[in-house]
Design a protein around this ligand. Structure first.
Ligand code: ZN
Length: 318
């Protein structure tokens, strides 16, 4: 069959190259970093859509609601600039970061730091209701060891954050520690008692094991380091190939746009590269170490990853 006759996602997959949509499910931009240059890199390498997550200024943490407002507005303004001057589709996620809360405890005390955090969530929820952002995040709990008192307070605060989001039917992007499936099971428990539906409870920086049992059925964005391809492929074998029925998962770089830490996270060109690598790996014959999927099935998965699931989680992007 000629390429012109092919309908659906298959027309974007040549067997080696994906020319369809490519979505980064979690990244940051910074005016003092590469900002538009980084967005151009993503676009030129094949990227089409980004979920731009608010990044607090860790050098100078906001201590007032005015400062938090100003910081959110700047992230929204950056999204506009990327849309206008790069031509990417952008959806924004706003919220206070759990690590800023930890950093603010010594100077502010737990009570005041928690109040500021929850107030910042409320402001983000207002932006969600007005349609300026599509989710609250990244919220969660510290990914490093803290005193019991802080850990317990973090879990109570997380419960309250998820409860407030549930009341407005707002999706959440979670930043949490990595204790494999234990972390997922605990998060699932907290979101359940807070009343937040599973479909709104997404964990970012997730490992590449995307089996439902490992992630307690929660949606995730997978951090797409080199080994992530094999991890995803193994999960797909285990799940028995019913991609349509899987809980959404997206790819992410968590690009930080921090000039002082260039190697700390994945760069903005990573996802187009990994998308092609994943497609080729899935299509490679079993005798050569691949999964032996046919072209249409590969194309369908890439379409789900980069178009259907992002729409399911955050709505269609203008
Ligand atoms: Zn992040």
């Amino acid at each position: 069959m000629s390429a012109e006759g092919i309908q659906g996602p298959e027309r974007f997959w040549s067997g080696t190259e994906w020319t369809g949509p490519i979505t980064d499910g979690h990244l940051h931009l910074d005016r003092s970093g590469r900002f538009l240059d980084a967005a151009h890199d993503f676009h030129r390498s094949g990227g089409t859509r980004m979920i731009l997550v608010h990044k607090p200024n860790f050098e100078c943490l906001p201590t007032t609601m005015d400062a938090i407002h100003a910081a959110y507005l700047d992230t929204l303004a950056m999204a506009d600039e990327v849309r206008d001057s790069v031509g990417l589709k952008v959806q924004v996620v706003l919220g206070p970061h759990p690590v800023t809360w930890v950093h603010q405890i010594p100077s502010m005390g737990i009570e005041a730091a928690t109040k500021l955090h929850l107030d910042a969530v409320d402001v983000a929820l207002d932006y969600f209701e007005s349609g300026d952002c599509v989710a609250v995040g990244e919220v969660g709990r510290p990914h490093f060891l803290v005193e019991d008192e802080v850990w317990n307070a973090a879990n109570m605060m997380l419960h309250e954050v998820l409860h407030r989001c549930s009341k407005r039917s707002c999706p959440v992007q979670l930043h949490v520690e990595d204790r494999a499936d234990h972390t997922f099971a605990e998060i699932d428990q907290i979101r359940h008692s807070a009343g937040l539906p599973v479909k709104f409870t997404l964990r970012h920086y997730a490992p590449s094991n995307v089996t439902e049992s490992f992630r307690s059925g929660l949606p995730v964005t997978v951090s797409m380091g080199k080994e992530s391809i094999q991890g995803i492929a193994l999960s797909l074998i285990e799940e028995g190939l019913v991609v349509q029925d899987m809980t959404p998962f997206l790819m992410e770089t968590d690009y930080l746009d921090d000039l002082r830490r260039p190697g700390a996270v994945l760069g903005p060109k990573t996802l187009p590269k990994r998308t092609n690598e994943l497609g080729r790996y899935l299509q490679m014959p079993v005798s050569e170490g691949g999964l032996g999927w046919n072209r249409a099935t590969v194309a369908n998965l890439l379409w789900m990853l980069h178009r259907v699931w992002p729409d399911t989680l955050y709505g269609e992007c203008r």
